[in-house]
Design a protein around this ligand. Structure first.
Ligand code: ARG
Length: 558
């Protein structure tokens, strides 16, 4: 039930609409003060009364019932206390009936959301810098689907540019087929790195020629390019599988080669294209931005040109409600620029394009830069987390079966959660010890809590009937935490912030553990035991649903 709406519907205050009241209602910082609070300060002006008096009047005239037990005025706030028994009944019933659908909705039905994420570069390392976009984008994809939207995952591959001429040239000089086939992305990346440090002027010249050959459809050059692309994709798809992320389209930059012409023509017709030192630009000075470069003086297109074509193509193909770009904040200007160009072209849907920016990830020892030799491959970070997880688990529970499987879920979960737990715009320093701590605000902690709940249910069973009597505070806290899940999912979608779901999971896990230690589920008797088992089952379901939305697996035992 939507308590805010319910409370608002029962408040009759002159000059205030129900919506206004509902949107002002907040969660108090601690639950001794009640479960919901209405601050009355901003009503003082319209109502021509002091906040304290407004609060007093609202509290006095509030009709308490078996949903809201009490309304009390304190220092300009009205604090509302909900009937925990009624809430427990409602929430537990709902969770147990809906299972892995708990928290889902159909609010997005009929709406398509394109999510451009991960978007790796062919023949370049899939490094730790791609972790956030992959984890955040992957989670948003699942979250929007869970809310009834149709999410379209798009990997806007970086597969266009002169670097592929260089790669072919390097391969021709130094490569051999078997080695590259066997070494895959690592081998091609080595060739590319070597080109950048050793290429002669002559080779640079050759590389430009190879690039031209790719562009003009030359068979051999394109076969080589396709091969490099296949090797890269095969590699990244292995990592996507591990991270539980999926894509519906791998249409990369090259896909837009023949789609840029019409866009450039349209820009010209609309009088937006200007010449500047031989290049074609869209002037954005009136909007306080540097010009958006459309064609270089040699006629070559740019990253932005392809993004313009891609946005138009996506609108035509998917008729999206929103199109998200999960890309680091370093590209803020790029997105602002090409969104603006689309707006100037008269595309009213330009307002539906959203740059979901996130901060940088670095490792504790400072390694992350993409400078030569210092790249940290995501693959290695995942492997190291799995290894460490394996060691920790073996020590904690030597008897455990399927240790590899558990270590994979824990290790991969730690990598994802490490990238998701904080507000996405913050830079993060990735620490192996921190993300794998059983005591911290981590996925391992949540997974361990699930295993604990699971073990309780294995011993006690999930009751088919249960009675709700007076709740202890620890029980009530768990109930309230579970009840917050549907809203957390909605907030995560609305703010494009999966961390809301991650924080929900940690919060519920903490409250569940307090309940577990203080309330002794299995030792309780009769109705109390049944109730606690039902509550445990509901908490487990909510925790699992949350982790699943983030792409994190949940081991039964740990
Ligand atoms: N490949 C780009 C990079 O690694 C990211 C592409 C993001 N998507 C886009 N439509 N521009 O920086």
């Amino acid at each position: 039930m939507d308590y805010k709406k319910y409370i608002a519907s029962k408040i009759k205050a002159e000059g205030l609409s129900e919506e206004e009241v509902a949107s002002a209602i907040a969660l108090p910082p601690n639950s001794d003060m009640g479960d919901y609070a209405l601050p009355c300060f901003k009503f003082a002006k319209v109502m021509r009364k002091s906040p304290a008096l407004i609060a007093q009047d609202i509290a006095n005239s509030f009709p308490a019932d078996d949903v809201i037990e009490r309304a009390e005025a304190v220092n300009g706030y009205v604090n509302f206390t909900i009937n925990k028994g009624a809430l427990a009944r409602e929430v537990i019933d709902e969770v147990l009936a809906s299972g892995d659908k708990y928290g889902s909705s159909t609010e997005g039905a009929g709406k398509t959301i394109c999510i451009d994420y991960s978007s790796v570069n062919i023949a370049k390392p899939f490094h730790i810098g791609h972790l956030s976009t992959t984890a955040i984008g992957g989670a948003l994809y699942k979250i929007f689907n869970f809310l009834g939207y149709k999410a379209v995952g798009i990997n806007h591959l970086g597969d266009y540019g002169t670097q592929f001429g260089k790669l072919i040239c390097a391969y021709k000089h130094w490569g051999n087929r078997e080695e590259v086939q066997a070494g895959g992305i690592h081998a091609i990346n080595d060739l590319y790195v070597r080109f950048n440090s050793e290429a002669t002027e002559e080779m640079e010249q050759e590389a430009r020629e190879y690039f031209r050959l790719i562009e003009s459809g030359d068979k051999e050059a394109n076969e080589l390019f396709d091969w490099f692309k296949d090797l890269t994709l095969e590699y990244v798809k292995g990592i996507y599988k591990k991270l539980n992320v999926t894509f519906d389209s791998y249409a990369g930059e090259r896909f837009y080669t023949d789609k840029m012409g019409p866009v450039i023509e349209e820009l010209r017709q609309k009088g937006l294209l200007k010449e500047s030192n031989g290049a074609q630009i869209v002037d954005l000075e009136p909007y306080g931005m540097p010009p958006c470069l459309i064609l270089r003086s040699d006629g070559a297109s740019l990253y932005a040109t392809r993004d313009l074509a891609a946005a138009i193509y996506r609108k035509k193909t998917y008729d999206f409600y929103k199109c998200l770009y999960v890309v680091a904040y370093q590209q803020n200007l790029h997105f602002k620029q090409f969104f603006k160009v689309l707006e100037l072209m008269g595309k009213e849907w330009a307002k539906d394009l959203v740059h979901v920016a996130y901060g940088m990830v670095s490792l504790e020892d400072g390694a992350m830069s993409t400078r030569k030799g210092k790249v940290v491959w995501l693959e290695d970070v995942i492997a190291r987390c799995e290894e460490k997880a394996y060691a920790i688990i073996s020590e904690k529970n030597p008897e455990l079966e399927n240790k590899e499987d558990v270590a994979e879920k824990v290790g991969v979960g730690a990598v994802i959660f490490g990238a998701l737990y904080n507000n996405k715009i913050k830079d993060i320093v990735f620490s192996y010890d921190k993300v794998l701590s059983f005591e911290g605000e981590t996925s391992v902690y949540v997974q361990y809590t699930c295993a604990r709940a699971n073990s309780v249910l294995e011993k006690g069973g999930v009751p088919s009937e249960y009675v709700v009597a007076d709740l202890l505070p620890e029980e009530a806290e768990v109930v309230k935490a579970i009840a917050a899940f549907p809203q957390a999912v909605k907030d995560a979608a609305e703010k494009y912030e999966p961390s809301v779901v991650a924080r929900f999971a940690v919060d519920l896990a903490q409250k569940f553990n307090k309940f577990y230690f203080d309330c002794k589920i299995l030792i309780a008797e009769g109705d109390k035991k049944n109730f606690r088992l039902a509550l445990t089952a509901a908490a487990l379901t909510a925790l699992k649903n949350a982790l699943t939305l983030l792409g994190i697996g949940v081991p039964d035992k740990m």
